[in-house]
Design a protein around this ligand. Structure first.
Ligand SMILES: CC(C)(COP(=O)(O)OP(=O)(O)OC[C@H]1O[C@@H](n2cnc3c(N)ncnc32)[C@H](O)[C@@H]1OP(=O)(O)O)[C@@H](O)C(=O)NCCC(=O)NCCS
Length: 160
């Protein structure tokens, strides 16, 4: 029997010493104003409400992803807010973003989330294609969501 090739990267939980690597990746993936301030990435790494994963190749962090666990106030329904998924440009289209996403989705299902939600810029056609391929649908367009001038798609995926 022929086995599929083993992935050339590993996914693991992020830890605070990853902060520099995550901030560097974020600054390469997004322009100033949209990139997260370093303090916000540190907050994501420090709060138990957010799951942060990194993808490593040869012990070098090449991507990361974050998911916030949320509850609706009244129904106590659990859902996940996908904060970000980012892969360094030279490592894209190698299934790393998809592997990060699927690990977060598994986590959200195990936690009992019934759906996942995210925002993506309408100008970010690569990311929108990536999320559509993963089963998300655009549910509405939010005017001037980024920098008070760029619209965003609100996207959702049911996990039931
Ligand atoms: C979006 C992103 C995370 C995808 O990461 P990736 O590792 O390249 O994704 P994968 O290799 O797992 O791609 C899975 C599928 O998504 C789709 N996809 C990914 N990138 C795409 C692109 N640039 N154009 C069209 N479809 C794309 C394809 O269907 C792809 O499958 P294929 O390669 O077999 O055709 C990456 O492009 C990125 O880091 N972008 C910058 C940060 C960003 O915008 N993040 C989203 C924030 S909301």
């Amino acid at each position: 029997m022929k086995l599929p090739p083993a992935p050339s990267f590993v996914i693991r939980p992020a830890v605070m010493p990853d902060l520099d690597a995550l901030a560097a990746i974020d600054a390469l993936c997004f322009p100033p104003g949209i990139a997260y301030p370093r303090e916000e990435i540190a907050f994501l790494l420090s709060t138990s409400a957010v799951v942060v994963l990194v993808a490593e190749r040869s012990c070098v962090v090449v991507g990361f992803a974050a998911l916030e666990r949320r509850r609706r106030a009244r129904q106590d329904a659990r859902y996940g807010e996908l904060v970000t998924i980012e892969v360094l440009p030279q490592f894209r289209r190698e299934s790393i973003g998809g592997a990060l996403y699927r690990t977060l989705e598994d986590h959200a299902r195990a936690w009992g989330a019934s759906s996942l939600h995210l925002h993506v810029s309408v100008e970010n056609t690569a990311a929108a294609s990536f999320y559509l391929r993963l089963g998300f649908r655009a549910v509405r367009r939010i005017p001037r969501y980024y920098l008070h001038k760029i619209d965003a798609w609100r996207m959702e995926k049911d996990l039931l």
